[in-house]
Design a protein around this ligand. Structure first.
Ligand code: NAI
Length: 341
């Protein structure tokens, strides 16, 4: 079968993970081109990853490089424009979350994606590709915990990453805590329940990092949601987990409960020392979801080869941003926000 030639835009924290996976672990694809504003990243892609073509302009990469597909790992505010340009060029597109930060922009993107049904579009909600989440989803779908009553999610970045985040959010629009972080949990709530959110109430506080006030962002936010069938969801998103990268999900059903990653364990090792019994924790998204990032990219490439669309769609992108923006509106206004259909 023909190998898929890929170009990637964005070689930062996320783009590098995708680039390495394509080069090192996906023999069905070849990373032929990269695009970034940062010279050192482009040099590194040439010397360490063996990529032949490097660009500082996305449009030039699309015009010049002979690629079948693009991976978009540029800042969130650029995703819509990059998806639309690539689709119109006849390319398959994998885009990191969120699909966009503004609803009108996403609607324009959907119109374009719908115009090219033979091209693959895949959105990077990688938790759906994590084996533990897939195991839990199967149990929920089999009815093993009965009807869902409540979903509780924690998604808290390590405090050690705050410097990187401040840089990221200063350089370009992140969409705020809910669109940037809680969006993974919003997607999980929709995925596990198969239902849409009808209203949200959200609050937030900047205690450990008041400097986030200047960025108009939150250090920690919490959101309470009601789904269309009255299932409840409680989300905590934050940027100040001093112990590492804390992603935990709980599903409460009428016949039982499921917890995924109750502790963000790094491995199976326990250290017995003068601190007591210490369980090391995973420190970064690229560590905790290493396999999920690989599996979603492999799925993208195989979908191109097989000519079938993946499970995570533009519509999942739109809904998750609508809900995230409703959470932000609720924080800003202090009111519960109804999500109109
Ligand atoms: P970053 O700031 O580390 O890297 C951004 C990259 O985009 C840099 O290589 C920069 O040169 C490039 N870039 C910026 N503007 C550009 C332009 N106009 N044209 C071409 N290249 C441009 O950002 P990071 O953290 O890698 O985030 C990128 C995306 O990945 C964001 O949308 C973010 O939400 C998402 N992300 C997803 C994660 C997940 O868990 N799935 C985790 C972290 C980020």
């Amino acid at each position: 079968m023909k190998k898929i030639n890929v170009g990637i835009v964005g070689l930062g924290r996320m783009g590098l993970t995708h680039a390495e996976n394509i080069v090192e672990r996906i023999p069905e694809a070849v990373l032929v081109a990269v695009c970034s504003f940062v010279d050192e990243e482009l040099q590194m892609a040439k010397t360490k990853l063996g990529v032949e073509k490097a660009y500082t302009s996305f449009e030039n990469m699309l015009l010049d490089a002979e690629i079948d597909a693009v991976v978009i790992a540029s800042p969130s505010g650029l995703h819509g424009e990059h998806i639309r340009l690539a689709m119109k060029k006849g390319l398959h597109v994998f885009c990191e979350k969120p699909i966009g930060v503004e609803v009108e922009d996403i609607e324009r993107t959907i119109e374009v994606v719908e115009g090219y049904p033979k091209q693959i579009f895949h959105l990077g909600f990688m938790r759906r590709y994590d084996k533990s989440y897939q195991y839990a989803k199967q149990k929920v779908d089999n009815g093993e915990i009965g009807d869902l009553t409540l979903i509780r999610c924690y998604g808290i970045d390590p405090a050690s990453e705050l410097g990187n985040f401040v840089q990221f959010a200063t350089n370009s629009k992140s969409g705020g805590l809910f669109a940037d972080m809680a969006i993974h949990d919003i997607d999980l709530v929709r995925w596990f329940s198969g239902k849409e959110v009808k209203r949200v109430w959200a609050i937030g506080k900047n205690t450990a990092y008041p400097e986030l006030d200047d960025l108009g962002d939150l250090e920690t936010g919490a959101s309470m949601m009601q789904l269309e069938d009255n299932t409840m969801a409680l989300l905590v998103a934050g940027r100040n987990a001093t112990h590492g990268y804390h992603v935990e999900t709980e599903l409460i059903g009428t016949k039982g409960m499921l917890r995924i990653a109750q502790e963000p364990e790094k491995n199976h090792v326990s250290i017995f020392n003068n601190q007591g019994v210490v369980r090391p924790t995973s420190q970064h998204f690229s560590e905790r979801f290493k396999e999920a990032f690989f599996r979603e990219m492999k799925e993208f490439i195989l979908c191109i080869q097989d000519g079938k669309q993946p499970g995570v769609t533009v519509y999942d992108g739109l809904e998750s941003t609508v809900i995230a923006n409703a959470c932000q509106e609720s924080v800003d206004t202090g009111k519960m926000v109804e999500i109109s259909k």
